[in-house]
Ligand binder design. Structure first.
Ligand code: XUL
Length: 525
């Protein structure tokens, strides 16, 4: 009865899921979550982000992520599981964020003293104290510079799967190089959050997988290799600082002596980590093209598998690598739970009274809408946040509750058309997917059936299942992806939320109105 551990280091928390897999049986035997703000208050983050006067800047702390990992592995070790049954671990992390390490980092990782917390020991090898994360919107100039240098937005999108985006790692690295050239020169290795945390576990530099590598504006999507023109356009000497790219199923090594001695864990295999969206694709069982998932967490994301990369010509979406070796399309909205929480808090609501307000208002909100840009928005691109209301009073609690949910779902529906999927079924995941009133609005706007999952954190589950897949493959007993995702990564049939045809008709009209209002405001920005 082997145990597989999945970890998910998201914007606001670190989660662990342990899955027991034996033959046809799959069972979640351990789940735990730790909130950065609440459980590690000494870092002073808010929603997992370090305070900054500039709303375009979003940074976090690699030391905090490291300490969280140590705390979590301690919890797992004392969680009553038979530790000798642990065979493999993999992980999922917020995408695009980067960690900067100086020379000698690998020596520290390999020889860390189990008597002292790891974050204290790696402090001295960080060549940059902060890590820019995916909410950052400060690199518009660098995006333009990289785009021009590689021959234009179409060329960049065609080769890497995305045009230049502010939060992508390449533009972030370029800004660091321009603003802190000495610190950039003193950087030996630039990791993504995923490859950084995998390096901590394995005690050596880990590779980047194509799923997360495609969120950098640096990788040739079809070749799964660094694309020289983009690397050279980003910063001098960058190639030597980047990890290698290896398939998601790669075994990097085993849990380093630090974890074995500090927490009594076995020398379990460490698999390459990936981004949270590629991991969620596996955790929602989406290994074949045709169905989409909507993840409603800090970011709202609509994604689905793609056999061949169909790059977005409208410039809003991305194509990433899938852990299966194929591809995935996705569109990301930064005003996800942050925006929902702003509205909830502004009217002093709980999630229960928030849902009651949603249910007390009519589908279509009598034509009243808002554009939900409480923080800088990725889709469509809005660098200076502002909320625009149409026929809606700012102090109308129920009206604003319905308007934010409808706006988010209409934006998800209209900005994902480029994926060319006729959406008839949606798998809903992430924190807000437990709210069935929100799912009803989703079903009505898309005109699709919506299903929920038993395991809420599908990115974390996906990481555990990737550990299973990778470990079996490395042991010469490969398992089909359909078999990997069976049972646990399947939606619960009884949770189906059906669309109401009358509401769907109302939304067909309202979506045209919403799109026109969005276009009008964008033309004025
Ligand atoms: C994906 C993205 C977000 C983060 C959130 O492109 O920016 O979904 O991965 O963790």
């Amino acid at each position: 009865m082997p145990l597989y551990l999945g970890l998910d280091s998201s914007t606001q928390s670190l989660t662990a899921v342990v899955v027991d897999i034996e033959g046809d049986r799959r069972e979640v035997v351990f789940q735990s979550s730790l909130s950065f703000d609440r459980d590690l208050p000494q870092y002073g983050t808010r929603h997992g982000v370090l305070p900054n006067r500039n709303p375009a800047i979003s940074q976090s702390s690699a030391l905090m992520w490291t300490e969280a990992l140590d705390v979590m592995l301690g919890r797992i070790a004392s969680g009553g599981l038979d530790l000798s049954r642990f065979v493999a671990v993999s992980g999922s992390a917020q995408q695009h964020g980067s960690v900067y390490l100086g020379a000698g980092a690998e020596i520290v990782l390999a020889n860390a003293d189990p008597g002292r917390p790891l974050h204290e020991q790696i402090k001295s090898v960080l060549s940059r104290n902060v890590s820019p994360i995916w909410l950052d919107a400060s690199t518009s100039i660098e995006c333009a510079e990289i785009t021009a240098a590689v021959g234009g937005a179409d060329m960049l999108a065609k080769t890497t799967g995305s045009r230049a985006f502010e939060r992508f790692t390449g533009p972030q690295i370029r800004r660091f190089f321009k603003q802190e050239p000495a610190a950039y020169a003193g950087t030996d290795r630039i990791h993504l959050v995923s490859s950084f945390l995998a390096s901590l576990l394995a005690g050596q530099h880990a590779p980047i997988d194509p799923g997360d590598g495609s969120g950098m504006n640096l990788m040739d999507l079809r070749a799964s290799a660094w694309w020289t023109p983009a690397v050279e356009a980003t910063a001098p000497g960058l190639l030597a600082k980047l990890p290698t790219i290896r398939p998601s199923r790669t075994v990097i090594g085993t849990l380093s002596p630090y974890w074995q001695r500090r927490h009594g864990l076995p020398a379990a295999r460490v698999l390459a980590w990936s981004g949270d969206n590629p991991c969620s694709l596996i955790g929602t069982g989406l290994v074949r093209e045709g169905i989409v998932a909507i993840s409603m967490g800090t970011s709202d994301v609509i994604f689905g598998p793609m056999r061949e990369p169909r790059v977005d010509t409208t410039g809003t979406g991305h194509v990433f690598g899938s852990p299966t070796g194929e591809f995935m399309g996705l569109t990301v909205f930064s005003n996800g739970s942050l925006a929902r929480e702003r509205v909830r808090d502004a009217f002093g609501l709980s999630w229960k009274t928030f849902s009651a307000a949603l249910e007390a208002t009519p589908p279509g909100n009598d034509g009243r809408t808002l554009l939900p840009w409480f923080v800088p928005e990725i889709t469509p691109s809005v660098v200076s946040p502002a909320v625009h209301r149409f026929g809606l009073e700012a102090d109308d609690g129920p009206g604003n509750v319905r308007a934010i949910i409808e706006a988010q779902q209409m934006a998800l529906a209209s900005h994902s058309r480029w994926m060319e999927v006729d959406v008839k079924t949606i798998y809903a995941t992430g924190g807000a997917a437990t709210n069935r009133s929100i799912l009803q609005v989703m079903a009505d706007i898309f005109g699709a059936d919506v299903y929920q999952f038993e395991v809420g954190n599908t990115a974390c589950l996906g990481a555990a299942l990737r550990a299973f897949h990778g470990e079996r493959t490395a042991s010469g007993q490969p398992v089909d992806w359909d078999d990997v995702v069976r049972e646990l990564a399947e939606p619960v049939a009884s949770t189906r939320v059906r669309p109401d045809p009358r509401s769907h008709a109302i939304y067909r009209d309202l979506m045209a109105v919403y799109a026109a209002r969005e276009a009008e405001i964008l033309s004025r920005l």
